[in-house]
Design a protein around this ligand. Structure first.
Ligand SMILES: [Zn+2]
Length: 252
């Protein structure tokens, strides 16, 4: 009787172990994938963790400066990453600190006679970015076939690599541009509003995240409409030194 019970118990234990191995296998595959992608930011709002532990980026972010979170093609956000303090502001959602910076910036612009700036895109979830990305792949398929995804990745950030998922990035445009086919376009840089933002955004904690001469560092082509909140102190330093966020985090 006892022997039978023992065999049953061993059987159950083995079954449990087998299922755990199966889980681990998936886990292992995922981990392999994550390493392949260099590093991954996990779902931490106040102290995001990056897999690489020996770089300056990691040091800074681990000092709990959430507004300096770095997201790019190599440092991805987890699927589950969602800021907890998103607020509706100017028709988009942003993290509270970025939202209040934006309100103040647009209000001061108006007071200086700079009108017509509107927020076009703020926080985007991983799921939304996936839809945008997959739509782009589908639209590239007829022309590029097998290379459709590669082409899409040049035009739209793959899910997890978009700064918009941080809730700290905002695309700004003009009310006049809303009726254009391309609401976000390079003409923005040469408008009074675009120039004002380029010169003044740092005073409100924002930086022009993808500048013309930084494409090699950011991995993203010039975007005169994309502003990223990094906080007053850091925006001031980044602007004064004319560097991008990657360089700033590497140097600090
Ligand atoms: Zn953007």
């Amino acid at each position: 009787m006892f022997k039978k019970f023992f065999i049953l118990l061993t059987g159950i234990t083995l079954l449990c172990l087998a299922s755990q191995v199966a889980n681990c296998q998936y886990g292992y595959l995922d981990i392999g994938k994550l390493f392949f992608e260099k590093s991954v930011v996990t779902d931490q709002i106040t102290s995001p963790q990056i897999a690489e532990s020996d770089n300056h980026t990691q040091n800074l972010i681990s000092k709990k400066i959430p507004e300096l979170i770095l997201v790019n093609k190599l440092i991805r956000l987890d699927e589950k990453y969602e800021p907890i303090d998103l607020i509706p502001v100017k028709g988009v959602y942003l993290r509270e600190m970025a939202g209040s910076g934006l309100v103040k910036m647009l209000s001061d612009a108006k007071n200086e006679g700079i009108n017509g700036i509107v927020a076009y895109s703020g926080y985007r979830s991983y799921a939304t970015q996936s839809v945008v990305y997959n739509n782009k792949i589908a639209s590239q398929r007829p022309k590029y076939g097998e290379a459709a995804e590669e082409m899409a990745a040049k035009l739209v950030a793959p899910p997890g690599t978009s700064e918009h998922q941080t809730g700290l990035a905002v695309d700004l445009t003009l009310t006049d541009f809303l009726k254009n086919e391309y609401v976000l376009n390079y003409d923005f840089a040469d408008t009074i509003q675009g120039r004002w933002l380029n010169n003044n955004a740092w005073k409100y904690g924002f930086i022009l995240r993808y500048d013309k001469d930084k494409e090699g560092k950011t991995g993203i082509s010039y975007e005169p409409w994309h502003f990223r909140y990094v906080g007053l102190e850091h925006a001031k330093a980044i602007h004064a030194r004319n560097i991008c966020l990657e360089e700033y985090l590497d140097d600090t």
